[in-house]
Ligand binder design. Structure first.
Ligand code: 0O2
Length: 207
């Protein structure tokens, strides 16, 4: 029975991944459609680009261990909402809430979690709006819902997060360097925000 249990777990695990991947496609399409509509009506694209990713099983296991969640399929279902993730990079700061509002107002979208690191940036300077939404997926056997993590941020916030991510990775290799740049990096986050706010002001004035 040990083997049967294992096979059963493998199957349930695959089913979770399938459902999350399909939910990711649904959300991706919704966002593309919203951008398309906004562009047709207002001659402006809120979304600069998007990146979709499925968390690989190794980082999933690493996360479960790090967070101290139980090593069971049920625990993954209940605790891990970012197996499917989409990053939405917007052109301007205003566009972040434009995209959020238009998405969460849809009848089949439920907000499960919301973290606003824009109103309240993290102490290192990180800014982004994090949402977890639940969306139905229509399967042969009927509809099932699955969560998708959405990170919405501007080009400047995205540029900053990429550099900070590299520095954090370097942190393990060279703590002195990480220490040296932490303060500077926090300043650049503020500066980038000011620049993006000014550019948005100019853009709006030109409309
Ligand atoms: P990966 O590979 O990007 O997925 P939760 O997931 O909600 O249970 P937590 O820590 O409360 O756990 O989530 P939070 O704060 O919403 O952050 C999750 C993700 O946001 C991270 O994913 C990063 O992608 C991004 N993020 C959060 N803080 C920072 C930061 O300070 N710098 C950068 N560059 N990115 C950040 P993972 O799981 O780390 O990895």
């Amino acid at each position: 029975s040990g083997l049967n249990d294992r096979l059963d777990n493998v199957q349930r695990f695959s089913q979770i991944y399938l459902l999350r991947r399909l939910a990711l496609k649904e959300v991706g399409t919704k966002l593309e459609n919203l951008d398309d509509e906004y562009s047709a009506l207002h001659f402006h694209n809120p979304i600069h680009h998007m990146e979709e990713r499925m968390k690989n099983p190794a980082s999933l296991l690493e996360k479960i261990e790090r967070k101290g969640y139980g090593m069971t399929i049920d625990s993954i279902q209940e605790n891990v909402f970012d197996i499917a993730g989409i990053r939405v990079v917007t052109n301007y700061i205003d566009d972040i809430h434009r995209v959020e509002d238009a998405l969460v107002n849809q009848d089949d979208i439920t907000v499960v979690k919301r973290k606003d690191y824009i109103t309240k940036p993290k102490s290192n300077g990180y800014r982004s709006l994090h949402l977890v939404v639940s969306v139905p997926v229509f399967l042969a056997e009927g509809a099932q819902t699955a969560p998708v993590e959405i990170q919405i941020r501007t080009i400047g916030m995205d540029m900053w997060a990429s550099l900070e991510h590299k520095l954090r990775y370097k942190n393990h290799i060279d703590p002195d360097k990480a220490q040296k740049y932490a303060g500077q990096l926090k300043d650049t986050a503020r500066q980038l925000n000011q620049i993006e706010a000014s550019m948005q002001g100019i853009y709006q004035d030109l409309l």
